[in-house]
Design a protein around this ligand. Sequence first.
Ligand SMILES: [Zn+2]
Length: 77
Amino acid sequence: MKTVTFCKQCGNVLNCEFRFCPFCGNRHQNREMSDIIDKSFADLGKVQSRWQLRQLNKLEKRLEKIEAEINFFLQLK
Ligand SMILES: [Zn+2]
């Protein structure tokens, strides 16, 4: 059984039984709760990276279009 954890605020090692961090006073969430929060942040990260990928694809398509236009104008010369 794990009896120590880390303070999310200051990173110090804490006893799981502590409700507050003795180093910085940050409220220490129980493990279950912080697991849920960690998972939510992980999901948020996934959503964000999916969004960024979509934006990147859009940008790439736009760049391809611009490149095609530039090539077209270069051919006119
Ligand atoms: Zn702390």
